[in-house]
Design a protein around this ligand. Structure first.
Ligand code: GLA
Length: 545
């Protein structure tokens, strides 16, 4: 499986804690599914109809909907998840037990996943075959409730309303022309890495107008706005259908985008939106394929200030070689609106994006697959960013994905590492937690102004790894004042002694050191600074010139 597809595959396993599911390519409207059973007599072994299993996964309570049709003991139908629908193939019902395979389409790579189950009273108890993570991706897959391989209970019911778009017939899709490659002018935005909030990491597609307004209010009251977190970005799940002229409409969870944008602006904040160069987003919602200019104009008319543009189903239409032109198409459309909008590419770091992201008018581009709220995921992404440093600079930034700080999956030391590493990278600081929750992570980590200043340093240099000694990894980042930011990370599972040597970034002699997590001056140190670093933790220093 390709690396980017693997990332999304892992994301799905992680989000649902259950079978990886098909992507948007299989999406069908709920209405087009098999009707609810009218002849359902589970006791007699007829399991035709609509079955819903609910469980608490990373996305909160999630529905898996099974539309089953049984004829002569053969099972067909589909499995639906918030990410898309997949056909059921080669199923069989024998007495009170059954099995079927779900054909998962991971961006054109179809894999059959076996599901086995039993009729228990009025329920179906399914024991899905959990695949675990693909090799090399780290981290376990997971079952509902965290019990790997555990069963889910499905009951007859009516699925929740979904605003995902209908299936796309990719073979019949009209070709959209792509522009000839040329460098767009700089839009003048994001002179330092963008800071703000995005709905995805915490809410996924369970997002609405009210939540966004409340988050914006919380950005103000929590002090986040004043610390620089300006952009309130709505990720996937806001889209509805297009009107008769092809103009994109939000779904009923967002009754009036213009009024929402005005509300957010009135709070002294900016607002962002999300789409895809493909016909469908990763969540199976309407994308911008063939509507690029129209969508850009709509975002501008609503008063949007930021677009995250996520490759997703574009991979079904174009090849990696077309990616630059596809992103340039929207870059041009945004610029033609005359409204300054930060342009954020999300294509998981494929096709050497650092080399051309700036040319398509982008202010930031993802460099990796999706982050998870776990140390191994965050560390794997963050510590791999050193080589991307040359691509970062005022107006154009490497984006190792949004922050997980405050979402509960890491220890305070691990979250301090997350924040420090992102600051050293000069990464966008896009919080991904519920700002309404008055957590210590907001107060003590996201609002650490001394660390934010490292990220937002006007020189705009990406930091890089300058030393390693076992689990101790040292990064350095030059600052506009002539000082250096120096981070001593401990990637090990024991607290350890770590040292940063000035010579690793070309210095020697005595320099004053300030500890940016302790908020204390540590004194002057000659040539080297040694300290104890907690497990998975960091000591972050500003070393004076
Ligand atoms: C992809 C992106 C995520 C998020 C989801 C939305 O996985 O990488 O950041 O935007 O799509 O569906």
């Amino acid at each position: 499986m390709k690396k980017w597809a693997t990332g999304i595959f892992v994301l799905i396993i992680m989000l649902f804690g259950i079978l990886p599911v098909a992507q948007q390519s299989m999406a069908q409207p709920a209405a087009a599914q098999a009707p609810a059973a009218s002849n359902g007599d589970t006791a007699a072994g007829n399991i035709s109809g609509t079955w819903i299993a609910k469980f608490n996964g990373r996305m909160g309570e999630i529905e898996i909907v099974y539309h089953l049709k049984v004829v002569d003991g053969k099972i067909t139908g589909s499995q639906s998840l918030p990410f898309g629908d997949s056909p059921i193939v080669s199923g069989e019902l024998t007495g009170d037990t059954f099995h079927f395979a779900v054909a998962l389409d991971m961006f054109g790579n179809v894999q059959n996943r076996e599901v086995t189950g039993k009729i228990v009273g009025d329920t179906l108890v399914l024991t899905p075959a959990l695949p675990g993570p693909p090799p090399g991706t780290g981290g376990p897959g997971g079952a509902p409730g965290g019990s790997r391989g555990g069963p889910v209970v499905a009951r007859r019911g009516t699925p929740a309303t979904s605003y995902r778009a209908p299936a796309v017939d990719y073979a019949a899709l009209p070709k959209v022309s792509l522009p000839t490659i040329h460098a767009l002018s700089y839009n003048g935005l994001a002179k330092t890495p963008p800071m703000g909030w995005n709905s995805w990491n915490k809410f996924q597609t369970r997002i609405d107008d009210k939540t966004v307004r409340e988050i914006a209010e919380a950005a103000v009251t929590s002090g986040m706005r004043d610390a620089g977190y300006i952009y309130i970005n709505i990720d996937d799940g806001w889209q509805g259908t297009r009107d008769s002229k092809g103009a994109i409409q939000p779904n009923p969870n967002f009754p009036d985008m213009k009024s929402l944008a005005s509300y957010v602006h009135a709070l002294g904040l900016k607002i962002g939106v999300y789409s895809s160069p493909g016909p469908r987003t990763c969540g199976g919602y309407e994308g911008s394929y063939g509507h690029e200019e129209q969508d850009a104009k709509m975002y501008a008319a609503w008063g949007m200030d930021y677009l995250k543009y996520d490759w997703c189903s574009a991979g079904r239409v174009w090849k990696d070689e077309d990616m630059q032109a596809a992103y340039q198409k929207m870059g041009e459309a945004l610029q033609q609106t005359g409204r300054p909008m930060v342009y954020a590419l999300c294509q998981y770091g494929r096709a050497n994006v650092g080399a051309w992201g700036q040319q398509v008018g982008a202010n930031l581009w993802r460099t990796t697959g999706d982050i998870r709220d776990r140390y191994d995921s965050m560390a794997k992404i963050g510590f791999a960013q050193s080589d991307n440093a040359p691509y970062a600079g005022p107006g154009h930034w490497n984006d190792p994905d949004m922050l997980e700080i405050g979402n509960g999956g890491m220890t305070p030391d691990e979250y301090r590492t997350h924040f420090s590493l992102w600051a050293m990278i000069a990464a966008p600081l896009i919080a991904g937690n519920d700002l309404r929750a008055k957590t210590v992570e907001i107060k003590q980590i996201l609002l650490n102004k001394e660390v934010i200043a490292i990220d937002q340093d006007p020189l705009g240099k990406g930091g890089a790894q300058v030393g390693q000694n076992g689990d101790i990894v040292v990064w350095a980042k030059p600052l506009a004042s002539g000082d250096y930011a120096v981070a001593i990370f401990n990637r090990g599972t024991q607290s350890a002694k770590g040292a940063a040597a000035w010579k690793d970034f070309g210095w020697s002699g005595k320099h004053a050191v300030r500890d940016l997590w302790a908020h204390a001056d540590s004194g002057e140190f000659a040539d080297v600074y040694s300290t104890s670093v907690p497990t998975h933790g960091v000591v972050l220093l500003r070393v004076a010139k």
